[in-house]
Design a protein around this ligand. Structure first.
Ligand SMILES: NC(=O)c1ccc[n+]([C@@H]2O[C@H](COP(=O)([O-])OP(=O)(O)OC[C@H]3O[C@@H](n4cnc5c(N)ncnc54)[C@H](OP(=O)(O)O)[C@@H]3O)[C@@H](O)[C@H]2O)c1
Length: 297
């Protein structure tokens, strides 16, 4: 297949490129070449590349920045999503929009099915829920793939790193680390997401919403404990509650994957297994991007 990815140089895009090696051709324009907020540039690139599949992994997803600049967040996550989906549909290419667990309010404790109605509680979630809907309207038959708490070796460029690296960096500096234990989610390896998304595309079967997360769930505090446990790192780790002054985030945004098996995908590996692989493959690097533990999700 010939694929085109917007936002293809980020955390997920980097793993998508690796997953495509030897299997598919993946074209990844830089943001400067094809900003999703520029319809002319998007249409031009889609026209030049003539892809069979267009994956939109571009996002404005710093949760605090979305609250303070909703217009910019809507521009990328919603209007940009429409722009990409329309350009793909006009050329007869299949559309994939990467979305998030933050489309849900997190009030329940059972987790969310693909069929549950979005009810976001912060600006980022609203813009992604709008993006999902616009993609479905602009490109009928599109795939909407939701993920949650991504970690990959490239680190999220939009957030400035990933949680695993943040934890390890803080521990190496001997800092006291407090992490929320009242928010539960489905940690997801961008490596596993990329491979499972390609399997879904290769099957030619999927459309609509998929939850392509790793199996299982945990709180951010439990995830931090698992990182230190598996890495064999001593850390001064303690749990804390979410603070009222923080941007609201869903309490339980566990994504239940009830559709991928019917599309022929193998069962998703557990998040612990994915984390173990990540830590085994990880090479310590002085220049790794690091983000605050308060700024996750
Ligand atoms: N990271 C998570 O924890 C998480 C969780 C759930 C869902 N998701 C979703 O997963 C997807 C991929 O996330 P990620 O972690 O790979 O993010 P990422 O590392 O921040 O990558 C996003 C990419 O989008 C590009 N981009 C941003 N604005 C753009 C624009 N206006 N036009 C074109 N490209 C633009 C960025 O380019 P620059 O670096 O040049 O700005 C970057 O290459 C996103 O849709 C996100 O909403 C992420």
């Amino acid at each position: 297949m010939r694929l085109l990815a917007f936002g293809g140089w980020g955390q997920l895009g980097t793993d998508l490129a690796r997953a495509c090696q030897g299997r598919h051709e993946l074209v990844r324009p830089r943001r400067g070449e094809a900003d999703v907020t520029d319809p002319g540039a998007v249409r031009r690139v889609v026209g030049e590349v003539r892809p069979e599949v267009v994956i939109n992994a571009a996002a404005f997803h710093k949760v605090e920045a979305c609250e303070s600049d909703p217009a910019a967040a809507f521009g990328v996550n919603a209007v940009g999503a429409w722009t990409v989906a329309r350009a793909a549909a006009e050329r007869g290419a299949r559309s994939v929009y990467v979305s998030t667990d933050y489309v849900f309010d997190g009030a329940g404790e059972a987790g969310y099915l693909e069929t549950d109605s979005p009810r976001p509680i912060n600006v980022y979630g609203v813009t992604k829920a709008a993006g999902e809907r616009l993609v479905e309207l602009g490109a009928p038959g599109a795939l909407v793939v939701r993920a949650s708490g991504l970690f990959g070796h490239a680190g999220s460029s939009g957030k400035g790193g990933n949680f695993v690296e943040s934890m390890l960096a803080m521990a190496s500096r001997g800092e006291a680390i407090s992490v929320v234990d009242d928010r539960t989610f489905s940690p997801t390896s961008s490596h596993d997401l990329a491979h499972r998304l390609l399997l879904l595309l290769e099957s030619g079967r999927g459309s609509g919403i998929y939850h392509l997360v790793n199996a299982g769930s945990c709180s951010w505090f439990e995830l931090a404990g698992a990182i230190f446990g598996i890495a064999g790192v001593e850390a001064d780790l303690s749990p804390r509650a979410s603070r009222p002054e923080e941007v609201p985030r869903p309490r339980c945004s566990v994504l239940l994957d009830t559709r991928s098996e019917a599309a022929g995908l193998p069962p998703a590996p557990s998040w612990r297994d994915a984390l173990r692989r990540y830590l085994t493959e990880r090479k310590p690097r002085a220049d790794r991007m690091v983000t605050s533990p308060d700024r996750q999700g």
